[in-house]
Ligand binder design. Sequence first.
Ligand code: ATP
Ligand code: MG
Length: 367
Amino acid sequence: MYLEDLELKQFRNYTATKLKFSPQINILIGENAQGKTNLLEAIYVLATTRSHRTGNERELVKFKEDTAALRGTLVKQPGKIHLELILSRKGKKAKLNFLEQAKLSQYIGQMNVILFAPEDLALVKGAPAVRRRFIDMEFGQIDARYLYNLTQYRTVLKQRNQYLKQLQLHQTKDLVLLGVFSDQLAAFGAEIIAKRITFLKELEKYAQQLQDQITQTKEQLRFEYETSVAQTTAKSVESLYTALKQLYENNREKEIMQGTTLYGPHRDDVRFLINQKNVHVYGSQGQQRTTALALKLAEIDLMKKETGEYPILLLDDVLSELDGKRQTHLLRTIQDRVQTFLTTPSISEITRKLIRDPKVFRIAQGE
Ligand code: ATP
Ligand code: MG
């Protein structure tokens, strides 16, 4: 798939801009603070309805304005789709082919994007929340059911936590309602964990191939899902559900005492291993970077497999963070297959040689 054009209105530092893109490589060049990342963010938001760098969507609307609008034409099988997203104080409105969607989940997933920024190089050694967010954003785009379960899970989790607080403060003694919340949470949680395990296995397979190509060694790369749910060998939704319910039951007093839910996918993590050793702990800087790069590029393959289309790749300032070998590898992987937007303060010799016919956009002060 590729984004044919994009219109931005009152988005970040853009007033009104219309752009036509190349289906292959688009380079956004500009000095600092001119709007390069803002443009990538606009594409990311158009696809996912969320920003990759802020949870506060007010920030996306231009200073002193009320409403921002993004519109774009996406080309994919079987035909073009017109996407529109309006962001205002009242919330978000999403339209597909000019029809407003009652639920954002009906909108998300039409356009698939993968964003790679320097922070992602820290994916391996960052906090667990970073990895969970990464997983949820990527898997949510390719699996509507995953996204649904995630949304439901978050809602029930909030209710359950509020209820645990009430129990903690002795505002209620009713354990029946807690049981109802636990049951719902276990049901959605089990589906989420099962999907994460399945997708991670797939990602691991693709990442291993990429790792082999990048490093030209035979290091074994493993992604392990770490969950508080008892390590049952059978990872069926059913067994996960039973195990989660058991956890809630066994730890009721502890959860009430702390006034919060201590078990479930919102507390899980992913571990990266090279030759059985935790990359986070033992990996060199270079190994951590290569693992992060392999993971990101593996997503391209996973999305292709799950949706039948290559996603759109957004690279924010990452080329300069990678050495020559990794740059070459990255560019070879995407060339002729994946529509790519990359930002850079200037084009280096190496990228000039490696990228064929890019479309170049010069960005200054939101123009
Ligand atoms: P760098 O090379 O440093 O990463 P960049 O070109 O990627 O720079 P952006 O992050 O895209 O820079 O743009 C930053 C600019 O956008 C800043 O000048 C900031 O003040 C401005 N900006 C951010 N949010 C808004 C907003 N809501 N309204 C207007 N301007 C904004
Ligand atoms: Mg930037």
